[in-house]
Design a binder for this molecule. Structure first.
Ligand SMILES: Cc1cc2nc3c(=O)[nH]c(=O)nc-3n(C[C@H](O)[C@H](O)[C@H](O)COP(=O)(O)O)c2cc1C
Length: 161
């Protein structure tokens, strides 16, 4: 058994999270999942089409989810236990100031009836205060598909597998 309809929703300021979301989408399509991908914008309306797994990807901004992501979840309809894979993207990774970056969004998702199924932090180049050195940034982009593979496998694992 596997998830049939995966909906990827993402926000990206400068493209790092977009690359994560698109790589995820491409690997899901290769493994036979039906996948839709939606970029969050301020003027968008909610599309409530059917899906059985939500993959929500966002960059860490000031140790939290960006406001547009929180607003999106607050505005979504109440669902009945739809699993969510939560992927945060940051320059610093899973380190002290970032540790609570998924807490507020998890609270909002739970309030709406979503079930947190999986969560993961992925390190991508920095677009804030201190730039990542170009050689490291290039490496982070090059190894991204390899890093996504186990994340995708875990995120799409169902209880009956
Ligand atoms: C306003 C702002 C705040 C940020 N705050 C953090 C932070 O608290 N911790 C961190 O590790 N990275 C932080 N970053 C860096 C981004 O999370 C990181 O560069 C990410 O790869 C950007 O993804 P994007 O291109 O999809 O926006 C911040 C970036 C911006 C623009």
């Amino acid at each position: 058994m596997k998830f049939h309809n995966v909906r990827i929703v993402y926000f990206s300021g400068t493209g790092c999270t977009r690359l994560v979301a698109e790589t995820f989408r491409n690997q899901l399509l290769e493994t036979g999942h039906t996948t839709t991908i939606v970029e969050l914008r301020h003027d968008m309306t909610h599309d409530e089409s059917d899906y059985d797994l939500l993959v929500l990807c966002f960059p860490v901004y000031a140790c939290n989810a960006p406001q547009i992501v929180i607003t999106y979840v607050k505005g979504s309809q109440v669902v009945h236990h739809i699993p969510v894979a939560l992927i945060s993207v940051s320059a610093g990774g899973e380190m002290t100031p970032n540790l609570a970056c998924r807490t507020s969004i998890k609270k909002e998702l739970t309030r709406k009836g979503f079930a947190i199924h999986y969560e993961k932090m992925l390190v991508m180049p920095s677009n804030w205060v201190i730039a990542t050195k170009p050689c490291l940034a290039a490496l982070l982009l090059r190894i991204l598909p390899k890093k996504i593979r186990p994340v995708r496998l875990e995120a799409t694992k169902t209880y009956n597998q």
